[in-house]
Design a protein. Structure first.
Length: 75
């Protein structure tokens, strides 16, 4: 799985009810969000499954918040 195909794998994981694969995809996406959102898969997701896109963006914002809070506590 790569940043180039992770959105496709995520979509398949959702369709096949594969929660562990789904979570791995979400983690890869949130860790590489800027790269993933430039892929063809993301553009297709935006067009064909906007609710999944919203969910991923929400999860990404939550991850950013956790990372920022962890950084503040370390300082």
């Amino acid at each position: 799985m790569t940043t180039g195909n992770v959105v496709d794998v995520l979509h398949l994981a959702k369709l096949c009810d594969a929660p562990s694969l789904y979570l791995k995809c979400v983690k890869l996406i949130t860790n590489n969000f800027e790269t993933v959102k430039e892929t063809e898969g993301w553009k297709l997701l935006h067009k064909h499954d906007p609710w999944l896109e919203v969910d991923i963006i929400r999860l990404n914002k939550e991850q950013e918040s956790v990372n920022n809070n962890h950084f503040i506590k370390i300082q």
